[in-house]
Design a protein. Structure first.
Lengths: 446, 442
């Protein structure tokens, strides 16, 4: 493989989001600064008899609204629709044409990629469950395939099936933007979009692409998603109070709140951004990925993998723990994550652990699963822009074991020059990225 | 600074041609077909009743003794990945925790896992009892499911079906604590996972990576998906061995199947330091995206295939004339094969007359995410043995296909081989693999 000709600086030139708190960056940011929760009773399907009856849904969203050629995306899954909306916003901010056969924005499409952390499109549950009902012979306690096959074949539809494939969100974005460069989609559970952003940064840094549309899209607010998480007892069951259910780092936390959405950032080489006169929103300077290699059911109890990912990201950025001004935590509101993550931050940040503000916007957005990391990354950029750190809401009952500065309940005015964004996935895949306020002179060589 | 070179030092495969790399290569060399009537479930009622299925195995025989109880958390896709990874690590001579915990000779933090995975369809029979108590007058009733059905699902059910669990189980068994990713780009997944693993080593973030993919498409829901997308051959249920005919004039669809393939990637320095047997070198990566208005099809001019090949050749810093072997994606779906052939032709130019094109799916079926890994392994086997087997089920080229399909097996030195893949949705990739010559002067 060719040695990279250059070692490009990687900047963010556009951002877009479709989330439970709104479908544009400023609306979402204002809701977060106001400490609002996006959780409410589930409406996508009737979840009233489930152990958890609420979620953080994207409300009143139609992917057709921001685009002209909606027909090209007709039949796309719920999460691909979110991805389309977030991409349009991000591209507009970055000055990149969408839906244009011959774009004049100065970006060579063969050097433009897509990297998403994206989940499966929702199951066609009507056909799927009908097939199981047809196939299951309760008297003999066995499954009669030919009976199921008939229903599957009669009821399933090509488009609905194709759109369930997890690579389809990236496919829609490529079609929307005309990207012809490296396009990838990954699914490392809750760490996926931080991984996507990190690996996309590497594609740009090492000269494999000039621009990458990066981020995540996911909706697991479907029958089997809610079932799976409920059976794992990972979800909050605070059905009487959805808005206060996501309470990361709180003593009474009882699980995460399942959310959905998409978040997209435009990553671009500094050279390309300057050539196009794009507005530079922030610089991505570090990425670390690791594996717990412990158990598929639990995090490593000392957060070994989390520590390694943070350490690797700082080494990549040529920084130490003394340089980090703000940590956007994974902070899911489960007993396990918040304890282990706190421990990991203490291990990495040593004497500064209690001084570095470390908040969780999942207290408001809910857990966007594969899209979570990218959504949180956007809040880091905004924190740097506005010199204000988002809060962890619902933190009224501190856990005595968890004693970091979680920025409880109200945002805090303070300059943020360098921020660290953490995501940890079920199964033990950990990803951390570090971003910095952009300044023309590079202070430290990564 | 000198670029870090990435070499391949271990292979593992489980495919419709057998359990292991040796039966895979023997089968491919003989032109044996691994396709038959579906055994995993009774396919009666489906227009296509064929699949490429792997031979029977006991997963417990392929994991360390103390990991056996975790096997109950593995769906079939995970099992195939774990088996292929175990073989690859053994073949590489690396001693990981999964091989011998008392004599580990790797730095776990410098070992990455990068697996491709397909969408994992949950098993319908497993949900049968829960769905049965959740129906009202023969129809699924979500309120009853929430109240009565859900509790009948085993608590850790979800963990069996998350695509990232292929990489997670492999990471746990071999104690690989370095970067870990799961690429979910259908049939292109393996090439993208291998490409990314190579890039991780090349940028210095790991010394070793286990990379590849696995997928088990042989279940009713996923088979029907391929049927609905008009990608299957529905005319050959009585002649399974003739069903999949990439680039052939009488092709009329593909056959789907299952498999797993894992490659050990290693920095050249690391491999040399430990005296590893080096099989080949990964020298070129190319990627693009097909922008077909109908997502289920490759664009007719195969432009993305062309770009991916051109980029891979450029990355390898070679001209197309240096290629000896090309393993195409070639599924047997006529319009996709034709589009791919056009893309290959555009990229190779005049070299199209000399490069042997050897499709493998006529023997292996389309094994989803795994297909690219198995093809890469086949390419490495061709390079190390110095042989290109004959293509199966190719008699007369389809109209418009000008590729030089390998119709007779030949022995020849293969300096460079290229593997191509694409998927519905549009991701395309190409990898260039080079013969490794121990004595060559650099």
């Amino acid at each position: 493989m060719k040695a990279p000709a250059t070692h490009e600086r990687v900047v963010i030139t556009g951002m877009g989001i479709v989330s439970p708190l709104g479908a544009d960056v400023e609306t979402v940011w204002q809701a977060i600064l106001a400490g609002r929760s996006g959780a409410a009773p589930t409406t996508i399907f009737d979840a009233s008899t489930f152990p958890t009856t609420f979620s953080a849904e994207v409300k009143d969203y139609d992917f057709r609204r921001p685009i002209r050629q909606a027909a090209r995306h007709e039949g796309c899954s719920r999460s691909s629709g979110f991805a389309i909306g977030a991409t349009v916003q991000a591209c507009r901010q970055a000055g990149i044409d969408v839906e244009t056969p011959c774009p004049t924005d100065g970006v060579d499409r063969t050097r433009m990629g897509v990297y998403l952390g994206a989940g499966e499109g929702s199951l066609d549950s009507d056909a799927f469950f009908a097939a199981i009902i047809a196939g299951w012979d309760g008297d003999r306690n066995e499954f009669v395939w030919p009976n199921a096959n008939r229903v599957v074949f009669e009821q399933m539809q090509a488009t609905k099936e194709l759109e369930q494939e997890p690579n389809m969100a990236a496919a829609h974005i490529a079609m929307l933007t005309g990207a012809r460069g490296p396009t990838r989609s990954c699914l490392t559970a809750c760490a996926a979009s931080t991984q996507a952003v990190g690996e996309a940064m590497m594609l740009v840094r090492h000269g494999h692409a000039d621009v990458v549309v990066a981020g995540g899209a996911h909706s697991m607010i479907h029958i089997l998603g809610l079932t799976g998480f409920n059976r794992l007892t990972a979800l909050s069951r605070r059905n009487d109070s959805p808005e206060t259910a996501s309470r990361p780092f709180c003593a009474s936390r009882d699980g995460f709140v399942l959310g959905e959405g998409a978040a997209i950032v435009i990553l671009e080489s500094l050279t390309s951004a300057q050539r196009r006169n794009a507005t530079i929103l922030a610089e991505l300077i570090g990425y670390g990925s690791s594996s717990d290699a412990f158990r598929v059911t639990d995090m490593h109890h000392e957060g070994r993998g989390a520590v390694q990912a943070m350490t690797a990201a700082m080494a990549d950025a040529a920084l130490t723990y003394r340089d980090i001004d703000y940590i956007s935590t994974h902070g899911t509101s489960t007993q396990e994550n918040d304890s282990v993550e706190t421990l990991a931050i203490k291990t990495v940040f040593k004497d500064r652990a209690k001084q570095v503000p470390a908040s969780s916007v999942k207290s408001m957005l809910g857990h966007l699963i594969a899209a979570a990391g990218a959504a949180e990354l956007i809040t880091c950029v905004l924190a740097m822009r506005d010199a204000i750190v988002p809060p962890t809401i619902n933190l009224n009952d501190p856990d005595p074991e968890l004693d970091l500065d979680y920025v409880p309940n109200a945002p805090r005015k303070m300059p943020v020059r360098i921020a660290m964004n953490e995501s940890f996935g079920f199964g033990g895949q950990n990803n951390v990225v570090i971003l910095r306020q952009y300044s023309e002179t590079r202070e430290k060589q990564p | 600074m000198e670029p870090i070179r990435v070499v391949l030092t271990g292979l593992g495969a489980i495919s419709p041609l057998g359990l292991g790399v040796d039966p895979l290569w023997a089968g491919l060399s003989e032109g044996r077909c691994g396709i038959g009537r579906i055994k995993a479930f009774d396919p009666t009622g489906l227009p296509c009743e064929l699949a490429g299925e792997v031979p029977e195995y006991r997963i417990q025989d392929h994991v360390p003794r103390k990991y056996r109880k975790s096997c109950k958390l593995m769906c079939r896709d995970i099992e195939l990945a774990v088996i292929a990874a175990q073989q690859a690590v053994v073949a590489s001579g690396l001693v990981t925790q999964g091989i011998d915990p008392d004599h580990v000779d790797i730095d776990p933090a410098r070992m990455a896992v990068n697996m491709g995975a397909g969408i994992i369809s949950c098993e319908m029979p497993e949900l049968g009892p829960a769905v049965a108590v959740s129906s009202t007058e023969g129809r699924f009733d979500v309120r009853r499911w929430g109240r009565d059905g859900l509790e009948r699902i085993t608590p850790l059910w979800l963990l069996k079906y998350l695509p990232n669990m292929l990489a997670c189980h492999i990471g746990i068994i071999h104690d690989a604590q370095g970067p870990s990713n799961t690429i979910t780009c259908a049939e292109t997944s393996a090439h993208l996972a291998i490409a990314e693993a190579a890039q991780i080593i090349a940028r210095g973030d790991s010394d070793i990576a286990l990379a590849g993919a696995a997928e088990a498409k042989v279940n009713s829901a996923l088979m029907v998906r391929q049927i609905l997308l008009e990608r299957t051959n529905n005319t050959c249920n009585d002649r399974p061995a003739e069903a999949c005919r990439p680039f052939d004039a009488s092709a009329c669809g593909s056959v789907f199947g299952e498999g797993g393939g894992v490659l050990v990637l290693e920095s050249l320095d690391h491999a040399r330091r430990r005296g590893a047997k080096i099989l080949a070198e990964l020298v070129g990566i190319g990627q693009s995206h097909s922008l077909a208005p109908a997502y289920a099809r490759l664009e007719p001019d195969g432009q993305a295939v062309r770009i991916a090949i051109e980029k891979a050749l450029d990355d390898a810093e070679i001209d197309a004339r240096r290629l000896d072997l090309l393993i195409p994606h070639g599924t047997g779906v006529p319009q996709d094969d034709l589009a791919e052939a056009r893309g290959i032709e555009a990229a190779l130019g005049k070299a199209i007359e000399r490069v042997a094109v050897w499709p493998t799916k006529s023997m292996l079926s389309t094994t989803g995410a795994a297909s690219g890994a198995v093809d890469a392994i086949a390419a490495i086997q061709a390079i190390t043995t110095g042989a290109i087997p004959a293509a199966r089920n190719f008699e007369k080229a389809a109209d418009g296909c000008r590729l030089r399909i390998a119709t007779e097996s030949v022995r020849q030195t293969i300096e460079y081989a290229i593997c191509c893949s694409y998927t519905h949705g549009g991701q395309t990739a190409a990898l260039v693999i080079k013969r490794y010559d121990e004595g060559a002067v650099e």
